[in-house]
Design a protein around this ligand. Structure first.
Ligand code: MSP
Length: 668
């Protein structure tokens, strides 16, 4: 029986649309899963969406939707993107599914029945963004993880006896040094656990959007306990059919971003230890994808959508770029310039060019059949390529096993460069013009060597670029690349006389306009997530494109002195947070503000300087008219207007909220 391999991505929150940060983890897992399958493992690859919790409930509220509507919509977008990219996931788990709920409730009961859950009361700060209890004091104190203001929570809760697992966890990290990778993350976790663990609040009673606590439905299960359990519920844990759980659990790898290491390396193993279940074999954390120097995230409004890159360069280009450009484990920057540059140098001019020149010459000089190398026509340069290829195979495997994708690819592209040089030095085109026997056999040897090196790079790169390598494989006349056993890949397996397929360019060069096109698409696409569309006001007729305009519902007419709801809907009032506030020189009344809308930051010049000191405004949430036409005040562009009550004498008092509101929420 073949060995099994189970790999998971984090399950993504549905408060934000998918962006290339999510794609990064998912393609890394997809690549590992594909490679493991090619190495003969019975592989299971899981991804999905994390759909409960206060953050999602509020995002839905802000978008004017029910949580279920929002989760269905965004979860569907993630899945549609993965399908468009032809990712090879075996299952897609949603935490709102019945199978998941059933599994989580079983896990809860197991923890409770074994005495690891008790009722107590919690009073402290909670970060809704991270869905994390934090050790800071005072209302609004910033979250140590993300810097956002925390909220005070005072509730009767269920607690998990995390403190009881401190020693067992430390022992685990010592006995299984590979449990947490890379080393830096492992050290951070060890020092966190050594500093002492407190029991963890694992239920909430102040909102509803979660899985009810068994036998106490006034509480919902803490979203991280709910979410982490996906790794086993997806396999059938706690359900009637748990055959997959028995077969694939424990996971070989949970791949995650570095910001959720604590949940995976401390809480998750503690829950499993408490429930008496086996632990995952390893947790591999990668760094962040940065855009314009910051972590790409919806709240910073600096995301890049994968669709833009798929439209212009295709999935393989994105996959190759992310895995080649970023050293796995470290942070790395994304830019369209770098993407196009890498695409052209490594794919269009690199692998693509090697494939087309080699295969075209075999077609031209040997009627499309892989020629026979001749021992008598051999020289040291041929042996050097064979040797380089053998070393490449070994190095590639070794680096991949350590998740060092960029080094593995660098090694393989080192071989591409060596073969390019070899071709230039051996001038097959010149040999092809000569008819003598010596030139013919030398030409055969050179082209065989180039084609065999091409076959090896193509095979190694297949898990990274499934589509393009599949095409090159067919052009090499080798059939379906999925049937290849990577474990057995060796120099010299290309059969003489193999008939090539039709030769076509695989990576057409991208010109400068590709960068501009992608930038433009991003600017247009950067809209707030789950923007509420007034669908409910539309009639069936207005929604249907092919009905004549005349049947559309007539616009409502308001009595004199009143406006209609449609008139009001034209004003885009939104919650924003002041990030920067400063006096405008030589203008007593004006302040220059930079406000964060969650999906973008903008400058507003406001006449409130006499009522508010700039430093009192930073961090404060305000209401702005977001779609006001920009205008210039004292030479500064003002992009929106802050809403305030105007008291006698014109003194402004800023509108504010009593409850926590997410940035970008619309007032209506
Ligand atoms: N729902 C939790 C995870 C629960 S897992 C049991 C969550 N979701 S998330 O939507 O915020 O996704 C976080 C993960 O997405 C990161 O850990 C990482 O894998 C990926 N990334 C999201 N943005 C990223 C970058 N800018 N850069 C790299 N990875 C990023 O946390």
């Amino acid at each position: 029986m073949s060995k099994k391999f189970y790999i998971t991505t984090p399950i993504y929150y549905v408060n934000a649309r998918p962006h290339i940060g999510h794609t990064y983890t998912t393609i890394a897992c997809d690549t590992v899963a594909r490679r493991q399958r090619m190495m003969g493992y019975d592989t299971y690859f899981l991804t999905g969406t994390d759909e409960h919790g206060q953050k999602i409930e509020r995002a839905a509220q802000a978008a004017g939707k029910t949580p279920q509507q929002l989760t269905d919509e965004v979860s569907g977008e993630f899945r549609a993107l993965w399908d468009r990219m032809k990712l090879s996931y075996d299952d897609y788990i949603r935490t709102t599914s019945d199978r998941h709920k059933e599994g989580v409730q079983t896990l809860w009961r197991q923890l409770r029945d074994k005495g690891h859950i008790y009722k107590g009361s919690y009073s402290g700060q909670y970060c809704v963004y991270d869905e994390l209890y934090v050790d800071v004091v005072g209302p609004g104190a910033p979250c140590p993880e993300c810097g956002r203001p925390t909220e005070t929570v005072q509730e009767e809760n269920y607690f998990f006896k995390l403190s009881a697992f401190q020693e067992q966890l430390l022992e685990l990290y010592t006995q299984q040094p590979d449990f947490i990778r890379p080393e830096t993350r492992r050290n951070e976790v060890i020092s966190f656990v050594r500093s002492g663990l407190r029991d963890l609040s694992v239920s909430r009673s102040t909102f509803k959007w979660g899985i009810p606590v068994p036998d106490d439905p006034g509480h919902v299960i803490y979203v991280w306990l709910d979410a982490l359990a996906n790794y086993i519920t997806a396999l059938g844990y706690g359900q009637a059919d748990d055959a997959k759980y028995k077969k694939y659990w424990p996971a070989d790898v949970h791949m995650i971003g570095k910001e959720i290491v604590r949940f995976h390396c401390v809480y998750w193993p503690a829950f499993l230890l408490a429930a008496g279940l086996p632990l995952p074999k390893s947790i591999v954390a990668h760094g962040w994808l940065l855009f314009e120097e910051n972590k790409m995230s919806k709240s910073r409004g600096n995301i890049v959508r994968s669709e833009t890159i798929l439209d212009v360069l295709g999935a393989d280009a994105l996959r190759y770029f992310l895995l080649r450009e970023i050293v796995f484990g470290q942070d790395g920057s994304f830019s369209f310039d770098a993407l196009v540059q890498r695409y052209n140098s490594d794919l269009a001019n690199g692998l693509g060019n090697l494939a087309s020149r080699t295969l075209t010459m075999i077609s031209r000089y040997f009627k499309g059949e892989v020629p026979y190398p001749s021992a008598t026509a051999k020289n040291a340069s041929d042996d050097a390529i064979a040797e380089a290829a053998r070393k490449t195979i070994a190095d590639f495997h070794a680096n991949f096993a350590q998740y060092q994708f960029s080094r593995a690819l660098e090694t393989a592209w080192g071989l591409v460069a060596a073969v390019d040089k070899y071709i230039v030095e051996n001038e097959p085109w010149a040999l092809g013009e000569k008819q003598d026997e010596g030139s013919r056999t030398r030409l055969a040897t050179v082209l065989y060597t180039a084609a065999e090196a091409l076959r090896i790079v193509t095979a190694l790169a297949h898990p990274v670029m499934p589509e393009a390598t599949g095409k090159i494989w067919t052009q090499l006349g080798l059939g379906n690349i999925r049937e290849l056993n990577l474990h057995e890949l060796q120099w010299g397996q290309l059969k003489l006389g193999t008939r090539l397929g039709e030769v076509q360019a695989v990576f057409p060069r991208a010109d400068k306009s590709a960068i501009e096109r992608m930038q433009k698409m991003e600017e247009q696409g950067r809209a707030p997530v789950a923007e509420s569309k007034p669908e409910e006001n539309k009639t069936a007729e207005t929604k249907s494109e092919d009905k004549p305009k005349a049947v559309a519902k007539p616009a409502a007419v308001a009595p004199e002195g009143k406006i209609t709801i449609d008139d009001f809907a034209k004003i885009d009032l939104r919650v924003a947070q002041v990030k920067v506030a400063e006096k405008v020189p030589n203008a007593d009344k004006l302040l220059r503000l930079e406000v964060d809308l969650g999906y973008e930051t903008r400058q507003i010049v406001a006449g409130i300087a006499e009522a508010y000191a700039p430093e009192a405004l930073v961090g404060r949430k305000v209401v702005i008219v977001a779609n006001l036409a920009p205008r210039k005040l004292r030479g500064l562009e003002s992009n929106g207007m802050i809403v305030a009550a105007s008291l006698e004498g014109g003194k402004p008092v800023l509108a504010a909220f009593l409850e926590e509101v997410p940035l970008g929420a619309r007032l209506k």
